[in-house]
Design a protein around this ligand. Sequence first.
Ligand SMILES: [Zn+2]
Ligand SMILES: [Zn+2]
Length: 438
Amino acid sequence: NVQLHIVLFSSPPPPVLAQRLLSSNAWTPWEANEFDRNVPRICGVCGDKATGFHFNAMTCEGCKGFFRRSMKRKAMFTCPFNSDCKITKDNRRHCQACRLKRCVDIGMMKEFILTDEEVQRKREMITKRKEEEALKESMKPKLSEEQQRVIDILLEAHRKTYDPTYSDFTQFRVSSSSKRITRSSSVLTHGSSSEDSSDTFNCSLECVENRMFSNMALNEDSDRSPPMDINLSHLSMLPHLADLVSYSIQKVIGFAKMIPGFRDLTAEDQIALLKSSAIEIIMLRSNESFSLEDMAWSCGGNEFKYQIDDVTQAGHNLELLEPLVKFQVSLKKLNLHVEEHVLLMGICILSPDRPGLQDTSLVESLQDRLSEVLQTYILCKHPPPGNRLLYAKMIQKLADLRSLNEEHSKQYRCLSFKPEHSMQLTPLVLEVFGNEIS
Ligand SMILES: [Zn+2]
Ligand SMILES: [Zn+2]
């Protein structure tokens, strides 16, 4: 090292060189870094194509080698002509004296030539840096093959059970009059004013409730309702949304059955998990169709675009719908990868604290496995800043779903208590959400 020190510092090196020798990144190929796009890539000595900065000047490989050899040999050249030869790519070998003079003129410096020791040190540092990078790479969390397999299975399960074209929606019952007619007729019926029914989402909570109640009052008191008057007390959207929910439950069941480990549970436990999580999964998966632009679930065309007032016309009120829309907005803003989305659904279904569950420890271990996959996935696949506290935020969403579930059950009980409403539901909905009549 003493020797090296003498070599390095016996004469004060130019600042760039000093910096290069002293900084820990001394041996980065700074020539390449300084390969400024604005500098023409032409050798300043001979005009040949340059490969970068060499010994402080932009040169070709030939002139770089020539300069280094000349310096190492401490060669003294003499020009056979007038010491003013013009060096070109073709004649650069003819006069070494003028070529070397040209090298010095354009700024090439012998201080930039590495000694053998420096070359050795440079090699060692490159090796060391490569080793450090390899170590860093090996320390990075990685999805195991098994974990990747779980993700692939869930993605495939989702692909098979979620149709992003929503083409089956045409098979659902429609209201006895179409949605649009229903809306305009209800506006006509309660005849109140300037309020535009298509703007319902923008009006206040009271506004929607008032409208709902005024409609109900009007029709309960009046037996001369025109035949077109499908009002809120008749829950015009109930048949359609009941079919939509029933269809979704089937898809959720299909998805659940493909979650690794789910089918190892007893039939009773599978049913217990599905009954309690179905509505939560429906809310979760519906986020795919939810759009922040129009705050509605858009399932293809205007015909299958669902706004808050559509759901109120299926018997739910804002106690559920307001937090539900908030939930959709905040979930949407997490910008989950589809991998995270399917893992979250799996984790939600495999919750060990659901009522009626027998083998809670098995469910817990299955859920733990998915949680680990999710955490590892976020660590190695979700770039910042989106990954910040993402796992915690996702788990918070599961808590939000619990209270939405509770509110839904409450409202569903009220709804299904009336035979004229429960008869609109499907057997699957009645079985999964409960049948208050029977
Ligand atoms: Zn050259
Ligand atoms: Zn010459």
